[in-house]
Design a protein around this ligand. Structure first.
Ligand code: ZN
Ligand code: FE
Length: 255
């Protein structure tokens, strides 16, 4: 059974570490910095880094790739549509790969960047900066329509799916979620749960899709109360879920 843990990087990134105890091979997702991975490997000399998965081209996700590959010979998987350093395997929508014996499906999820991909294996999702706990990534390259479609695609995966995103943004995302839905008791409960975790210095991830559907405003654009709030904020009638999404995203950018 693969074990998944987080290696913190920079101020709020997580590099996900996947370990296969049978082979003592491991993989990392989005190593924006080589140092935390190299430190872990030094402390665990029996382990071999065999694979590197990359969701998109931003430096905080690819910064450590070249050095890690050079030192370990790990195989680098990344989106075909983006420039990824030292990439060995270029991935397109619906491609499949096997890492540490796990089959992953690749989904293209444009919005944060145009070539952004997510990796899915039976109830486990690595989604980079697309879906966050209680939020979503900024639209640096894509349109609201693209990001909305990408989020809907991820939300259609099984409810129990664990969401391994790349940043510890949950608390600030929840503050925004609460501004959008002040009467949502699931959000209020989650605010308290995450506050306690963070006060103890613990990570707020992984999330899961059931919880996201109840508490993430960007997955709740079809709710009447969310639409009304977006209309109020933007002084217009948002006629579709995509328009509600666009209004929320613009609001959150300045929140
Ligand atoms: Zn990014
Ligand atoms: Fe990032």
């Amino acid at each position: 059974m693969i074990q998944i843990s987080a290696l913190p990087a920079f101020t709020d990134n997580y590099i996900w570490l996947l370990q296969d105890p049978d082979t003592q091979h491991c993989a990392v997702v989005d190593p924006g910095d080589a140092a935390p991975v190299l430190a872990w490997l030094k402390q665990h000399p029996a382990w071999t880094l065999s694979d590197i998965l990359v969701t998109h081209h931003h430096p905080d996700h690819v910064g450590g790739v070249e050095q890690l590959k050079a030192l370990t010979g790990a195989k680098v998987y990344g989106p075909a549509a983006e420039k990824i350093p030292a990439r060995d395997v270029a991935l397109n929508d619906n491609d499949r790969l096997t890492v540490l014996g796990w089959d992953f499906d690749v989904y293209t999820v444009p919005g944060h960047t145009l070539g952004h991909i997510a990796f899915y294996h039976q109830g486990v999702l690595f989604c980079g900066d697309t879906l966050f706990a209680a939020g979503c990534g900024r639209l640096f390259e894509g349109t609201p329509q693209q990001m909305h479609t990408s989020l809907e695609r991820l939300a259609a995966l099984p409810d129990a799916t664990l969401v391994y995103c790349t940043h510890e943004y949950t608390q600030s995302n929840l503050a925004f979620a609460q501004a959008v839905e002040p009467d949502n008791t699931d959000i209020a409960e989650r605010v308290e749960t995450v506050r306690q975790l963070r006060a103890r210095g613990e990570i707020s991830l992984p999330s899961n899709l059931a919880l996201e559907k109840r508490t993430n405003p960007f997955l709740r654009t079809s709710e009447t109360s969310v639409k009304q709030k977006a209309d109020e904020r933007n002084g217009r009638d948002n006629r579709s879920a995509v328009e509600v999404f666009a209004s929320l995203r613009a609001w959150k950018d300045k929140f």
